[in-house]
Design a protein around this ligand. Structure first.
Ligand SMILES: *[C@@H]1O[C@H](CO)[C@@H](O)[C@H](O)[C@H]1NC(C)=O
Ligand SMILES: *[C@@H]1O[C@H](CO)[C@@H](O)[C@H](O)[C@H]1NC(C)=O
Ligand SMILES: *[C@@H]1O[C@H](CO)[C@@H](O)[C@H](O)[C@H]1NC(C)=O
Ligand SMILES: *[C@@H]1O[C@H](CO)[C@@H](O)[C@H](O)[C@H]1NC(C)=O
Length: 252
């Protein structure tokens, strides 16, 4: 009897805090609406995220929830939006979505604003895609906090990589795309990317102005295990003469 009573309270709690039929938690719904209001439509005749209205937030376009808990788990605003939505910067309301595991904002445009440091608090993230989203500046090292991250795509933006040691904290990372970024003089580039991220399977560094000196492994005391890498894209760089030896045979 006692168990039934506790179960009843629990069920009541679930029904009271989520809306029946595809509603998310009210807290998450508010965070989504705040994020929406931080965006503007680049075309004055188009409406901003027209489905993002009402209570059924788990059915809003690009939003997915955990049906059992009502927490928002995915935001997928990918390339089908093609820059039709703009924002001055990534709004910190996103950090309120504490169960978000998947964030794809590659269809949005953030007017050359930096990637905010709060991204480092979104530690549940497994997938982060900001490809072509118009952010710029230095990549905040706080991204190194995202220890569950499996996919990180920061390609085709005006970003600068000044140091990559933070990448070595991303121990679950399998797919990294930094294509088109400015890598500068990063001394331990190969060591971090290929040696300290044991899970890495796909690495795309096309058009990063890389040269042989970025892949100088003389400072390494043991052989790099690059065996997990299945895809390596180093096209459109400035390598001269022989390709770094340990990478030969890894070309795809
Ligand atoms: C987030 O968006 C809301 C709604 O537009 C705005 O009031 C707030 O200032 C924004 N916060 C940041 C940090 O940009
Ligand atoms: C990163 O993680 C550390 C400890 O794990 C924490 O103190 C720090 O606030 C986090 N940074 C951000 C930006 O959330
Ligand atoms: C590789 O690094 C070592 C030590 O830093 C340096 O002496 C050497 O000139 C570098 N080689 C190339 C090809 O950059
Ligand atoms: C590195 O690999 C080469 C070629 O496979 C091998 O001859 C050498 O002994 C290895 N060095 C170390 C430190 O494992």
């Amino acid at each position: 009897m006692g168990k039934l009573w506790v179960g009843g309270i629990f069920l009541f709690f679930i029904f009271a805090t989520t809306n029946l039929c595809s509603g998310c938690l009210e807290h998450d719904r508010r965070a989504l609406l705040q994020f929406k209001s931080s965006l503007a439509s680049s075309d004055s005749t188009a409406r901003r995220l027209p489905s993002w209205t009402g209570n059924k937030c788990c059915r809003w376009k690009g939003v997915s929830c955990n049906d059992a808990t009502g927490y928002v788990t995915r935001i997928d605003l990918g390339s089908d939006l093609l820059g039709s939505l703009e924002g001055n910067e990534l709004n910190s309301s996103l950090a309120e979505l504490t169960r978000l595991t998947y964030l794809d904002l590659s269809g949005l445009y953030f007017r050359s604003s930096p990637i905010p440091k709060f991204v480092g608090s979104m530690t549940q993230l497994r997938f982060l895609n900001l490809c072509s989203a118009g952010v710029s500046g230095a990549i905040p090292h706080e991204i190194g906090n995202l220890s569950s991250l499996c996919v990180l795509d920061l390609s085709d933006m005006d970003l600068v990589v000044d140091d990559v040691t933070w990448l070595s904290s991303l121990l679950a990372l399998e797919h990294l795309d930094l294509s088109g970024l400015s890598v500068g003089e990063v001394g331990n580039f190969d060591k971090v990317l290929l040696y300290m991220i044991p899970s890495l399977r796909s690495l795309r560094l096309s058009g990063c102005d890389l040269s042989n000196s970025h892949f100088n492994r003389t400072h390494l005391d043991s052989n790099i295990t690059v065996s997990t890498i299945q895809t390596l894209d180093l096209s459109r760089n400035s390598f001269q003469g022989n390709f770094p030896l340990f990478l030969q045979g890894k070309m795809t």
